[in-house]
Design a protein around this ligand. Structure first.
Ligand SMILES: [Zn+2]
Length: 468
């Protein structure tokens, strides 16, 4: 058990956030059709303390509802049920879920419109840009209510580190798409001064950018930082090297990549506050998070059904397996047993915080190396993946980028879907944009990406040991 002292919320800014949260946030949410987020949040604040059986019963009810809805309104699932002689009545307990096939990213490529529920009109669904962290981007959709439920759950998870909605949080973020999404001044100002969010792009570990971020963060005075650990590690190292003042934080939330112990220690020592690991993805939203006791990540059982499998068979708690997630909230685009391409395990123990939400440990997977530009500067591997997977018109399988020397890169691409010349051109172009024109790129089409001994696949591998 690891407990790190928290700072108390400081002064005027807290009072300001509290006023905004109570008086203005409900109005903003209502105007944006997000009003129900607050009631979902209040519900989850209560349900987190339910007894285990009540949580399981609720989860089962949600799963059954989703199965029925998918069978009745999603052409893809209608076909899948029919081919297997199934109806929603064929499912009597959680174990029966294996009667349905695993949903892969390739399925998202092959059946984007078939998976979509016929119950929603085009104006009722949002297109979601999937994460590029495994080198492959697909089309999927989400309905507004699903976003609202997930927002309520995100607030509960953030609450475990002491954050309430509208408390100020700085995002140290390598995903340029998110950064661009708030490109209008109006959105930026609303996010910064009302919602309490400020974004800092940290895909490239450039000193000039870090200097600007530091200045602005000290002005913004966030109480929390949410970050991918690699970019935050680079930023933190920069602050230490330059002996710069650090913001006075209450908590740090790490997501998107594995949070290594060395990073947790660095963050906790530098900012003198606890770090919380949160696990999720763009496809299925946030799925589990650490509470203040830090004994594992509590699965958000009310909104997600999480399985761990090996060769298609469930593994016992305590055994590592491939993570499958069923998003219990997305009725527009049902995702049942979605293969998220990470490995992890359900923990046998329960948490001493008293919550009965099942514990899991992701920890395995999503480990990327950093890479270098020819001038010897270090950058986030995740950033490279975002840039090589962000084109809607070009379908790319999973990719692995291996840096051999400062100027030599080798790219492996899986053959599903079979890459055409456009794919090779796109990867050449994007890599050169990010790394530099004067690099050599070789490509190779493979059936499957090579796995490490631990079972994980790394999407960015840097073989330049002496610079690491
Ligand atoms: Zn706990």
């Amino acid at each position: 058990m690891r407990i790190k002292k928290s700072h108390s919320a400081g002064g005027n800014i807290s009072l300001y956030s509290s006023i905004i949260r109570k008086a203005i946030l409900p109005l903003i949410l209502k105007r944006e059709n997000r009003g129900s987020s607050l009631s979902h949040w209040h519900f989850f604040e209560g349900s987190q303390y339910w007894p285990k059986q009540k949580l399981l019963d609720f989860q089962w009810l949600k799963l059954k509802e989703l199965l029925k809805h998918s069978y009745l309104t999603s052409p893809y699932y209608k076909k899948v049920f029919k081919e297997r002689n199934l109806t929603p009545d064929s499912f009597n307990n959680f174990d029966d879920i294996v009667k349905l096939p695993i949903l892969t990213r390739t399925d998202l490529f092959d059946y984007p419109t078939e998976i979509l529920s016929t119950k929603f009109t085009e104006s009722e669904i949002h297109h979601v840009v999937t994460g590029g962290t495994t080198g492959q981007q697909a089309t999927l959709y989400r309905d507004q209510e699903s976003f609202n439920i997930k927002q309520g759950m995100a607030w509960r998870h953030e609450g475990w580190m002491g954050k309430k909605p509208c408390d100020r949080m700085a995002y140290v973020w390598p995903a340029h798409a998110d950064y661009q999404a708030e490109s209008t001044w109006k959105t930026k100002l609303k996010n910064r001064y009302l919602i309490g969010d400020s974004m800092y792009y940290a895909g490239s570990f450039k000193e000039e950018a870090f200097a600007g971020h530091h200045q602005d963060i000290m002005k913004f005075r966030p109480k929390f930082i949410k970050a991918f650990p690699m970019p935050l590690e680079a930023f933190t190292q920069y602050l230490l090297d330059k002996k710069l003042k650090t913001p006075r934080l209450v908590g740090i939330m790490s997501t998107g990549e594995v949070l290594h112990d060395r990073q947790r220690l660095l963050f906790e020592n530098t900012y003198d506050c606890p770090a919380f690991d949160m696990y999720g993805s763009r496809e299925v939203g946030n799925s589990s998070s650490e509470c203040a006791i830090h004994e594992g990540l509590h699965i958000a059982m009310e909104t997600s059904f999480v399985e761990f499998v090996n060769d298609g068979k469930s593994v016992q708690p305590g055994d590592e397996g491939e993570i499958l997630i069923t998003d219990l909230t997305n009725y527009a685009f049902p995702m049942i047993r979605y293969q998220i391409n990470d490995r992890g395990m359900e923990l046998v123990k329960s948490c001493s915080c008293g919550r009965h939400l099942t514990l899991m440990s992701p920890g395995i997977g999503r480990v990327q190396d950093n890479f270098y530009t020819p001038d010897g500067r270090k950058h986030s591997g995740i950033m490279l993946l975002f840039h090589t997977s962000s084109d809607h018109d070009i379908k790319i399988g999973q990719i692995q980028i291996v840096q051999k020397t400062l100027t030599d890169f080798h790219v492996r691409i899986t053959n599903k879907p079979e890459p055409n010349q456009d794919v090779f051109d796109f990867i050449q172009k994007q890599l050169k944009n990010v790394v530099g024109e004067n690099i050599n790129i070789t490509t190779e089409v493979v059936e499957e990406l090579p796995r490490e001994k631990s079972g994980k696949t790394r999407s960015v591998i840097c073989e330049i040991d002496n610079l690491k």
